[in-house]
Design a protein around this ligand. Structure first.
Ligand SMILES: [Zn+2]
Length: 361
């Protein structure tokens, strides 16, 4: 494993972690880790948590590393969970902050690396991308060690984090201009055992729609397809909101996955109810715009996504006009399916995604 520490691309700060009397996170001892040290130099004692801050030149990532004390016959696994890859998708960020506080290291078996917000500059800028370079951290992997900030962050995960991971969970939501059905993606094209591990984990979550993904250059998808690390991308919530039900849903997914991986089973309030039934969707259709203009989705799809209702082949999904109100084109469903997400915002450029739906037949 190569380390970026040696070329001063970033440095890390770590704090020991102990909950205060109210159960809230509170750093209490600061241990300095200098540029040039390898990641495993950030030694987390069994049974403890460390609050970690990765400082990139121009960005930082808040994280919590937890090393379990609980001993089992099986070897220790490392689960990496990320949120804020798209930093305008909030429920996953809030859920990871809570999970980092809630998980008791004495009852954990293995290692948890929780990255609370991967794109922090984008979070403060309320942007979907890395503001410095417009980089989308869910594509463009593997990045570059000497590239722009977004490329360096991607490369940091490829060189330092993924090689240690047994499983990767990446938390997303619909963006401020998207509506979305709760769903997840698993790496359909990965090596058979990687695909199967990811698919079995998907069955353990509380997400009803399980979609086969053919992406290969996103965060978890790069790790699955090119590094043979199984993982999932989960989607809950939309429209730039951070509702309690979505945060709680992600907390439950995390707890169910930890239980499934044999790492933690002491969150009965989150895992006592069995996960929901699943609908598996092997083919997803992405309808792209043929026009640049003002996109008006039909009430039909607006309502179908709220009701979890199937749209029928041939039904109109919406239309596009120009700024003078002149009609540019209609868009229709090419198959029966359930809409997983659609762009609710008015602004659409040619090639932008309008509607993503799953084919049921
Ligand atoms: Zn996203």
């Amino acid at each position: 494993m190569t380390s970026l520490f040696s070329d001063n691309n970033y440095e890390i700060e770590a704090h020991d972690f102990k909950p205060n009397a109210c159960g809230t996170a509170r750093p209490y001892i600061k241990s300095e880790l200098k540029a040039g040290m390898k990641l495993h130099a950030l030694h987390v004692e069994p049974g403890t948590k460390q609050l970690v801050k990765f400082n990139f030149n121009g960005g930082e990532i808040p994280a919590t590393f937890i090393h379990g004390l609980h001993v089992k016959d099986q070897p220790e696994k490392t689960l990496v969970i990320t949120a804020g890859v798209h930093p305008d998708e909030y429920p996953g960020i809030a859920a990871l902050v809570r999970a980092a506080n809630k998980i008791n290291p004495e009852k954990l078996h293995g290692h948890l690396l929780l990255f609370h917000c991967v794109n922090l500059p984008g979070f403060w800028a309320r942007s979907r991308f890395v503001p410095e370079d417009g980089f989308n951290l869910n594509s463009g992997y593997p990045g570059k060690a000497d590239g722009t900030l977004g490329e360096r962050i991607a490369n940091f995960f490829v060189t330092n984090i993924f090689p240690q991971a047994d499983f990767i969970l990446d938390l997303h939501s619909g963006s401020p201009t998207e509506r979305l059905t709760t769903c997840l993606f698993y790496p359909e094209d990965a090596r058979a055992d990687v695909r199967e591990t990811a698919f079995n984990a998907a069955m353990a979550t509380d997400i009803p729609w399980v979609l086969a993904s053919h992406a290969k250059d996103g965060e978890y998808s790069y790790a699955a397809n090119y590094m043979n690390v199984p993982g999932l991308l989960l989607e809950r919530g939309y429209a730039g909101q951070c509702r309690e039900e979505w945060i709680h849903g992600f907390e439950r997914d995390i707890a169910l996955l930890l239980k499934h991986l044999g790492m933690y089973s002491d969150l009965p309030e989150l895992t006592n109810i069995p996960p929901c039934r699943k609908n598996i969707c092997a083919h997803t259709f992405y309808l792209e715009s043929r026009h640049t203009g003002l996109w008006y989705p039909d009430e039909n799809i607006v309502n179908s996504i709220m009701e979890g209702r199937i749209i029928r082949k041939g039904s109109r999904l919406g239309h596009i006009e120009n700024f003078y109100g002149e009609f540019l084109g209609d868009y229709y469903a090419e198959s029966d399916g359930i809409i997983f997400y659609y762009t609710s915002g008015l602004a659409i450029r040619e090639g932008d995604l309008l509607v993503a739906y799953g084919l049921l037949n």
